[in-house]
Design a protein around this ligand. Structure first.
Ligand code: C2E
Ligand code: CA
Ligand code: CA
Length: 468
C-alpha cells in the first residue's frame, strides 16, 4: 500500500510547509555532512603528514623546551609565513571568507613542510612552522620556494570566486646566532621583514650579516606593527589657497604618527619602511576612511555652503597594489562624500603607462569620479608630453622647482609655458612650499593661481582647522 501526503488529508498550506521543512532538513544535513568531511579531511591530512597544530603559547613553550634539551647535534629550524595585506583583504572579502583563506593556507602548508613539523597560527595572518631536522641553505631554499609556490595558487572563496594572495617567508635555524627561543623568533621575523623589503612572494634566510643591517630597521618595524595595532596614526590638514583672494579652496591630508614617547612624527620617519614592508596598503585605506569621516564632520560644521576639496596622497607603491581601487571603493561607499570633492595626489606619472596595475587603478578611481593631481612636479618632469594624454585637475609644483626658478630664468620660462598649458587643459596650478610673502608675490607674478605652504597655513590637526 502506498501513502502520500495527500492521503493524510492535510490543509494545502500545511503540505507546502512540510515539503519545505523536508528540503531544509535535507540541505542542512548535506551541509553538516560536507563540513564534517572537510574537518575530518584536514585532520587526516595532518595525521598523514604527522603535522601537529599548536597554539602560539604552546609553540613558544615547545621551542623553549627544544633549546633547553638541545646539544651540538640537535638541529631545528623555524619558518614564518605572512599572508600579506590580510587586514585589507578581510575588509574586502569579509571575516568568514578570510577564515577560509587562512584555513586553505594551512591545508597547503601541511602538504609542503617536512613530516613531523609543528605548525601554529600566529595572530590572524601568520603561520609559524617548527621543523625538527638539520636544514642547510639548500633545504631551506627548497622548502621556502615550494611553500610560496603552493600558497600563491588561487584560493576559492565560499562564493566560488577565486582570489590571489601573496605571502612572504622568513627562515631561521638554531645555531650560534640564536641563543634561545625568544632570539630565534626575533631572527625569523627579521628574515621575514627583509624578504618583504624586496617584494612579495619572496623568502629570506636569517644570517648574522642580515641582522647587522637590520636590527635598527627591525626595531622600527616592530614599533610600526604596534602602532598599527594601537591605531597611533592621525591625519593633519594643510590649506591650499587661491593666491588672488587668500581664500582656502582645499586641504591636503598629511599623515602623522602620534608616537607615545616621541610625540608627533612626520611621514619620513615611517612611510619608507611601511612602503618596503607593504604596511602602506593598510595605512592608505585607514587614512582614506579617516579622511572621509573628517570630511563628513567638516561639512556638518560648515556654514558658508562652499564646496571644499580634500586631497589625499597615493604613492606609486600603493598604486601598484592590484586591489587598491576596489578597496577604496568599498570604503568610499560607506560615506556620502561627493567624489568630485576628493583629489588624489599622484607622483611619478612616468610609471603610469608602464605598470598595468597603476594604470588600471587610476582608471577605476577616475571612473569613480575622483579628481587627480600631479604631485611634486619638477624639472625632471617638465616634458609636458606625458601630461598630454592624461586628464587631471591640478599640477602641484614642487617647492624646489619654484626655488630653482627664482635663480634661473630659463626655469621661470618653463613655468610660464606650463601655466599656458594648464589653461588649455582647464586645470589649476598649485605652488607648493610658499613660506613667505615674497614667494607668494613671485608665484602670483608667474600667473600661478593657487598656493600651499606655511604662508597660508601649517599642517595642523583636524580640530585646529575645523572644530574651532
Ligand atoms: P607632499 O605631498 O609633497 O606634502 C607636502 C609636504 O611639504 C608636507 O610634508 C608638508 O608638511 C610640507 N610643507 C608644507 N608647506 C611647507 C612649507 O611652506 N615649507 C616647507 N619646507 N615644507 C612645507 P610632510 O607632511 O612631512 O609629508 C611629506 C610627504 O609624505 C608628503 O609630501 C607625501 O608625499 C607623503 N605623505 C604624507 N601623508 C601621506 C599619506 O597619507 N599617504 C602617502 N602615500 N603619502 C603621504
Ligand atoms: Ca602631496
Ligand atoms: Ca607635493
Amino acid at each position: 500500500m502506498r501513502y502520500s501526503l495527500l492521503d493524510l488529508n492535510l490543509q494545502p498550506g500545511v503540505e507546502i510547509f512540510l515539503v519545505i521543512l523536508f528540503f531544509i532538513v535535507c540541505v542542512a544535513g548535506i551541509f553538516f555532512l560536507i563540513r564534517g568531511i572537510r574537518k575530518d579531511r584536514n585532520r587526516l591530512l595532518a595525521e598523514k603528514y604527522r603535522i601537529k597544530e599548536l597554539d602560539s603559547a604552546v609553540f613558544t613553550q615547545m621551542l623553549t623546551h627544544a633549546y633547553s634539551v638541545a646539544d651540538e647535534d640537535t638541529h631545528f629550524g623555524v619558518m614564518l609565513i605572512r599572508i600579506n595585506d590580510a587586514e585589507n583583504l578581510k575588509t574586502s572579502i569579509g571575516e568568514r571568507q578570510m577564515k577560509r583563506v587562512v584555513e586553505t593556507v594551512k591545508e597547503r602548508l601541511v602538504r609542503v613542510i617536512p613530516h613531523g613539523s609543528k605548525i601554529c597560527l600566529y595572530g590572524d595572518d601568520e603561520y609559524m612552522v617548527f621543523i625538527p631536522e638539520e636544514l642547510d641553505g639548500l633545504a631551506m631554499t627548497d622548502i621556502a620556494t615550494m611553500t610560496i609556490k603552493e600558497l600563491t595558487k588561487p584560493v576559492s572563496l565560499i562564493s566560488r570566486a577565486k582570489i590571489n594572495i601573496s605571502v612572504n617567508v622568513g627562515f631561521a635555524v638554531n645555531n650560534q646566532f640564536s641563543s634561545d627561543a625568544v632570539d630565534m623568533l626575533q631572527n625569523v621575523r627579521i628574515a621575514l621583514v627583509n624578504s618583504a623589503k624586496e617584494g612579495v612572494n619572496l623568502f629570506s634566510i636569517y644570517s648574522r650579516e642580515l641582522a647587522e643591517q637590520q636590527t635598527e630597521e627591525y626595531k622600527q618595524y616592530s614599533e610600526i606593527r604596534k602602532a598599527i595595532a594601537e591605531k597611533q596614526f592621525v591625519l593633519f590638514y594643510q590649506p591650499v589657497a587661491e593666491i588672488s583672494s587668500g581664500k582656502v579652496v582645499a586641504y591636503e591630508t598629511l599623515v602623522r604618527w602620534k608616537h607615545p614617547e616621541l610625540g608627533i612624527l612626520s611621514p619620513d620617519k615611517f612611510l619608507p619602511i611601511m612602503e618596503q614592508t607593504g604596511e602602506i596598503n593598510w595605512l592608505g585605506i585607514w587614512a582614506f576612511e579617516q579622511m572621509l569621516k573628517d570630511y563628513t564632520e567638516a561639512e556638518r560644521n560648515r556654514r558658508d555652503g562652499r564646496n571644499i576639496i580634500f586631497s589625499f596622497n597615493l604613492s606609486p607603491k600603493q598604486l601598484m597594489y592590484p586591489h587598491l581601487a576596489e578597496e577604496m571603493r568599498k570604503v568610499y561607499k560607506k560615506y556620502r562624500v561627493p567624489a568630485q570633492n576628493i583629489m588624489l595626489e599622484i607622483v611619478e606619472f612616468a610609471i603610469f603607462d608602464k605598470v598595468p596595475e597603476v594604470a588600471s587603478n587610476i582608471l577605476k578611481l577616475t571612473q569613480m569620479g575622483f579628481k587627480i593631481a600631479v604631485d611634486d612636479f619638477g624639472l625632471e618632469m617638465s616634458s609636458l608630453k606625458l601630461l598630454e594624454n592624461i586628464s587631471f585637475d591640478w599640477i602641484k609644483l614642487d617647492k624646489k622647482f619654484i626655488e630653482q626658478s627664482q635663480d634661473d630664468f630659463l626655469i621661470g620660462g618653463v613655468i610660464e609655458t606650463l601655466v599656458g598649458f594648464a589653461k588649455r587643459k582647464n586645470c589649476s596650478i598649485v605652488a607648493e612650499g610658499v613660506e613667505d610673502e615674497i614667494t607668494c608675490n613671485y608665484v602670483r607674478g608667474l600667473g600661478i593661481g593657487f598656493g600651499q605652504g606655511y604662508y597660508f597655513g601649517k599642517p595642523l590637526s583636524f580640530e585646529e582647522y575645523f572644530n574651532k
